[in-house]
Ligand binder design. Sequence first.
Ligand code: MRU
Length: 351
Amino acid sequence: MTEETKTNSLKTVEWRENKVIMIDQTKLPNKLEFVELINYHQVADAIKNLVVRGAPVIGVSGAFGMALAVLQSNAQTKNDLIKDLEEAKNILIKTRPTAVNLMWALEKIMVVAHKGSDVSEIKKSVIDTAKKMADEDVQTNMTMGKIGSELFDDNDTIMTHCNAGALATVAYGTALGVIRSAKESGKNVKVIATETRPVQQGSRLTVFELKHDGIDVSLIPDTAVGYSMANGLVNKVIVGADRILRTGHVFNKIGTYQIATMAKQHGIPFYVAAPLSTFDLKSNPEDVIIEQRKASEVTGIGDNKTAPDDTNVINPAFDMTPPELISGIITEKGVANPPYEESIKKLFEAN
Ligand code: MRU
């Protein structure tokens, strides 16, 4: 680990001297490497190939992609620059379909661009907005962490799935931000992290960043969720989200639904932590596209083959957890409780 990262406390993505610097998450936990991106096509590839992943930081990375697009553009008129930005947006938006933060961020950048009166004003405001989004992401997570930490008690053992931590955001994390905040407030909390097959965000990323911060974490295989709950090893669950609908349906990493179902069976509170930028108030459950990923993620682990050649594979990256399995949704504006249609509406009205 470089000195720089220690002091930055794992800043996942950053804008530095007109370049985007990000941790290459595909290399973790074996190597902490940074990549330097100078055009939006590289950002699109990084999002697609999981160099950067996790809903909030995909949004910020998309915005930084747009910032690179304004720098790449040779447009002399506002109209031409908007056309270049539309082209960049279309490429960036196609990278991953489920996390709504990406669309949220790209649309926000387009609104800012349309407001600018000339090329140089647009270029400046797009870059400034992307940088501001990155800063606000950290603030939002810290506020959310503080609000959510009230729901956790001293000596809780908290299960989490996938990685909804510093590595899924610019820094601090959503679900892991709540855990960090509980710890910072003096509560002795422990974490159980699921491995999260097939890409292993739990073992590779969550365990990596919690150990980095000195938070007590035990790793379990995904298949040990029921065992852990039935044997009293867990008293609460917290996960992040890729998209939350106005009804409280939560789209998150594949396997979330079965953990929530199991938590209900054992009377264990199941919380979701996500910023308002993860909410999609327009779509219905059937409108949301669940990303299907390549078979090789399931037929092997790293370079090792673990299934026969030509095995048929079903590899959805996300699933949907219905509202009746969720005890509360923690946001930077407060906690939404059931019935969600009402409480989510109130959170947005107060915003
Ligand atoms: O495929 P990934 O690694 O991008 O999936 C990430 C998740 O499902 C996270 O739980 C979610 O984005 C919330 S991150 C704060």
